[in-house]
Design a protein around this ligand. Sequence first.
Ligand code: 26A
Length: 348
Amino acid sequence: MAATKDYRLLCLENPLLDIQAVGDDALLAKYGLKANDAILAEEKHQGIFEDLLNNYDAKLIAGGAAQNTARGAQYILAPNSVVYLGGVGDDKYAAILHDAVKQVGLRVEYRVDPKEQTGRCGVVITGHNRSMCTELGAANHYDVEHLKKPEVWSLVENAEAYYVGGYHFTVCPPAIMELCKQAAARNKPFILSLSAPFIPQFFKDPLDASAPYWDYVIGNETEAAAYSESHGLGLTDVKEIAKALANLPKENAQRKRVAIITQGTLPTVVAVQGEEAVQEFPVHAIAQDEIYDTNGAGDAFAGGFSAGIVEGRSLAEAVDMGQWLARLSIKELGPSYPFPKQTYQPTQ
Ligand code: 26A
């Protein structure tokens, strides 16, 4: 293990290898997938990974939503700023993940499970939609014991901010709560991504247990709608849902909660706890023919935004950094960033 160093942002979630291909409606129908969704693989989905590889010219790309975010934040921040935790196997897929994180200089502390395969995410691209079907594998075995290992826990204690992908509620809520409590006790920012509609729908209880600890909560319009519905808010307007999220009860009263909802090409909505006015930030324009694929655009936004928070930038600047990085990622295949590295320049 590398020498202990203080990493500024510590991220936790599920490292996955994306098996991504352009598909069609017949492929979606074969596995009962929606064009734009993220789900956990069931029995009926087992064949999809081989199918994509053998019949659809699939590419293998480093994925895992919060790992994409961590790579994105590290892409922007000074070297050795971000560390990422999650579970992998000891196989060729883990080796691809190691290569990808090395490229941006992201430090990872994986819990390596020799008995389990590295998690896989089948990504079916149809037009500007992406359908994701995930077999968590080794990622599903992440545990608090790993988090509490002295060399890992010291990274936690020394970090300045935390980012957790909501997908991890399917894996290890106790590890999330450890980070939540650490953040509140030391008055450090805790950033949560809602990740996918099925998290507020089917993982409501662990999600709600962590809610008082969110300093920043990030989601897109479909996740916001799923939150509203599963929590009986009766709200459909994105701005109103953002406001409701911002004003949930909060543990650390030293920070006002901020809710950030992205809406694809529509403006990013930002609500601050206790503030009546909801802000809107138009996204950075991108020509249609420059859109390669939008898989990972939300993760990239979260990476740029989190980098801004770590650097102590204003909310408007952090949103601008998120939009800048999302735009770069959309021009790449999958959740990737361009090399040679581009340097963030404020829009205004
Ligand atoms: C638990 N689930 C379903 C997941 C994911 C996931 N990352 C963590 N846990 N399902 C899909 N992803 C990742 O989302 C990225 C795009 O936002 C994919 O690996 C993909 O890189």
